[in-house]
Design a protein. Sequence first.
Length: 115
Amino acid sequence: MTNRPKEHDSFESFWPFYLQEHSKPATRNLHYIGTTLVVAIGFYAIATTNWWLMLAMPLCGYFFAWLSHWRIEKNRPATFTYPLWSLIADFKMWGMWLTRRLNSELERAGVKEPK
């Protein structure tokens, strides 16, 4: 696993780096599972007013994300160096994937999709 110094001073410079750290489709897929669970649990907790369920949100999100980095991508999650930007980028990537706009962002970041 690689350790990297803090080098991003804006979300705009962090975003391409974040996408490069998620270069493998399997990594992104596990992130989508975790983020979808986080959103579903959040909605369910609100609908049922069972606020204890919100404790499960970070567990679900981080479990799938960190598993993908350690097992698939073989890198250190950006969460450890850039916690807020990483969280924002997770939801941005998820939203762009849901709206089918992610591929152009991956291209701009230099991430090559397997053929």
